[in-house]
Design a protein around this ligand. Structure first.
Ligand SMILES: Cc1ncc(COP(=O)(O)O)c(C=O)c1O
Length: 403
């Protein structure tokens, strides 16, 4: 594996060796993975944690009193405690879900009839579509996809919503949202706040107390953990607490012939056998990232994206869609003036071994509203290098001249 020359992460080469997939050879080319906003690569520590559950203590949880079940239950509840620490939350505030989409559906199922819900247009489909069944008010996007803060303040003050629901970083165009400003406006209007931290968790410190949110959610698979495990945070002591989407075994306290009682949050959200190994893998990812330091991960990714953004902007055949203070630290979206996004992505993969995402990135409304064509999205994580950014720019330059 090539040694990276420039890095903001001490021991980047050592960390890259933690990701076995980076050894993969793609028809003689070294893999360059720039699709972490879709899903991240997994370090050996996470793979080992999941494998350890299968090889040493496979068992169901919260049921049996045998040794393996007790071990698995302890590991699962320890995982909750680790995730809670990672978010600066309490264990009673952290429920495991399948992914961010499920968590967002739980909140919308519980709250969409309590009053208007305001959200930016740039949201992922999973934070737009579930709200459409209720009274949703969408904040218009400016030409670069960003929220107009003054207009948003006015809308929130006039609408007096029950909830403002927004992502910290929008995956569609790669925008950092003005979360502090919109949260303050929500509080002034007496609204609750839901933060979708799917694109910031694992890339920067996420502290639910500092963020002043009532609900938060994310998917583990974007922050080095397995697929099929996500988190729904609910601040303790909320007047209107969430209702489970699924009911049945494991989430009940007592079941009698005629009636039943539910367990409290978070356990009432975990009906049926949960993704035990996923939760254990997610905790391993939290520990792994904590040991490196999320501020280190953030400045590394910021360095890479600002570098590649500047280089792509210098290419006459390329439009970079977001730059300046709105631009995300972890992804860059761009279009070639001559080759459609899927064509660029296919050629980057086939000819250069570079994996990027192309299309609307599950955020079609913001593209339509801003008149931006389907784009190419290059997204980075801890394991990417400055040399990979150079390779991307070189490859995009070649591909853009091919039409
Ligand atoms: C900001 C944001 N929210 C929600 C989701 C949905 O995540 P999942 O498909 O894991 O539920 C994504 C996935 O791209 C996302 O980027």
């Amino acid at each position: 594996m090539a040694e990276p020359a420039t890095t903001h992460v001490p021991d980047l080469s050592k960390y890259r060796r933690d990701f076995p997939i980076l050894e993969r050879d793609l028809s003689g080319r070294q893999l360059i993975y720039l699709d972490s906003a879709a899903t991240s690569l997994k370090p050996q520590a996470v793979i080992d944690a999941v494998t350890g559950f299968y090889t040493r203590y496979t068992s169901n949880i919260h049921r049996a009193v045998h040794a393996l079940s007790e071990e698995a239950t302890e590991a699962f509840e320890d995982a909750r405690a680790t995730v809670a620490r990672f978010l600066n939350a309490d264990i009673r505030e952290v429920a495991f879900t399948r992914n961010a989409t499920e968590a967002l559906n739980v909140v919308s199922h519980s709250l969409r009839d309590r009053g208007p819900v305001v959200m930016p247009l740039s949201e992922h489909h999973s934070n737009l579509v579930p709200w459409r069944a209720g009274n949703s008010v969408v904040l218009k996007a400016m030409p670069d996809g960003q929220v107009d803060i003054e207009a948003a303040r006015r809308t929130i003050a006039e609408t007096k919503p029950a909830l403002v629901a927004m992502s910290t970083v929008s995956n569609g165009l790669g925008i950092t949202l003005p979360v502090a400003e919109l949260t303050a406006a929500a509080r002034d209007a007496g609204a609750m706040v839901l933060l979708d931290v799917s694109q910031s968790c694992g890339h920067e410190p996420v502290d639910v107390v500092e963020l002043d949110c009532d609900f938060a959610c994310f998917s583990g698979h974007k922050m080095l953990a397995p697929s099929g495990i996500g988190v729904l945070y609910q601040r303790e002591g909320l007047e209107h607490s969430l209702e489970p989407l699924l009911i049945g075994g494991a989430m009940v306290h007592e079941v009698h012939v005629e009636d039943h009682t539910f367990r409290p949050f978070p356990w009432c959200m975990e009906a049926g056998t949960p993704n035990i190994e996923g939760a254990i893998g997610l905790a391993a990812a939290c520990d792994y990232l904590d040991a490196i330091g999320l501020d280190v991960v953030q400045s590394h990714c910021r360095h890479l994206t600002s570098m590649v953004r500047a280089q792509l902007e210098a290419l006459p055949q390329v439009d970079v869609h977001v730059s300046g203070p709105s631009a995300s630290d972890s992804m860059v979206t761009f279009s070639s003036k001559s080759v459609a996004a899927h064509g660029v992505a296919r050629m980057l993969s086939n000819r250069f071994g570079i994996m990027v995402r192309s299309g609307y990135h599950c955020a079609q409304p913001v593209y339509e509203s801003c008149g931006i064509p389907e784009s190419v999205r290059a997204s980075v994580h801890l394991y990417n290098t400055a040399e990979e950014m150079d390779s991307l720019v070189e490859a995009v330059s070649v591909v853009s001249k091919m039409a």
